[in-house]
Write a protein that binds this ligand. Structure first.
Ligand code: PRP
Ligand code: URA
Ligand code: MG
Length: 218
């Protein structure tokens, strides 16, 4: 059982507990230094990965326990892989590795133009058998949705089924969710927060600034 909320069809919001709000309060604060930003973002990432795993199908499994008792449990069905949108999405790889031992990880390098906010695809390297896998697409920010949509296009061109893609992100703007869902209604978005809007520079409001810069540089 998961207490996450499906706020729209295929948009899953992590439970807005005091703990989660406390974590976001730290990473949204512009006074927070990089060490804390990384530590508390990583905690949220871990929750997103756990929720992604909750969404995967299972089959029943009968387990023989120590005293001869039988336990009716569950076993994951299928194989997964992670795909990060470089650069900021790479911050989510460790959280996935922590939960899924020796998970395969692909990379798609997409950069948003700083003037136009339009995404540009530079590079992709994905597992050969990606079309047989559930894919956790990793990027902390869903702003206009342009970068995520471009990444999904790459995955579909490699034969991944739309309903096997789970897009994990820390913050989403309503504009990005709408654009993304109109184009890819079967992809599940798993997010920790849905903010108010985008500003004139297509940054999320209230947001947290440039995630990649705060996690890696500042
Ligand atoms: C950021 C972020 C997303 C994208 C979101 O990346 O990590 O990939 O912008 O914006 P969108 O929804 O409007 O496309 P950016 O291109 O700034 O690169 P970075 O990962 O190097 O920070
Ligand atoms: N990328 C970010 O890092 N933050 C935003 O608010 C929008 C795009
Ligand atoms: Mg950036």
């Amino acid at each position: 059982m998961s207490s996450s909320q499906e706020v729209h069809k295929n948009v899953i919001l992590l439970p807005q507990t005091n703990q989660l709000i406390g974590l976001y309060s730290i990473i949204r604060d512009q006074e927070t230094k990089r060490g804390d930003f990384v530590f508390y973002s990583d905690r949220i990432i871990r929750l997103l990965v756990e929720e992604g795993l909750n969404q995967l199908p299972v089959e029943t499994a009968t387990i023989n326990c120590h005293g001869g008792q039988v336990y009716q449990g569950a076993k994951f069905l299928g194989k997964i892989c992670g795909v990060s949108i470089v650069r900021a999405g790479e911050s989510m790889e460790m959280g996935l590795r922590d939960c899924c031992r020796s998970v395969r990880i692909g990379k798609i390098l997409i950069q948003r133009d700083e003037e136009t906010a339009l995404p540009k695809l530079f590079y992709e390297k994905l597992p050969e058998d990606i079309s047989d896998r559930y894919v956790f697409l990793l990027d902390p920010m869903l702003a206009t949705g342009g970068s995520a949509m471009m990444a999904v296009e790459v995955l579909l061109s490699r034969g991944v089924q739309m309903n096997r893609i789970f897009f994990l992100n820390l913050l989403a703007a309503p504009e990005g969710i709408k654009a993304f869902q109109e184009k890819y209604p079967e992809v599940k978005i798993i997010t920790g927060g849905i903010d108010e809007k985008l500003d004139e520079d297509k940054y999320i409001v209230p947001g947290l600034g440039d995630f990649g810069d705060r996690y890696y540089c500042i």
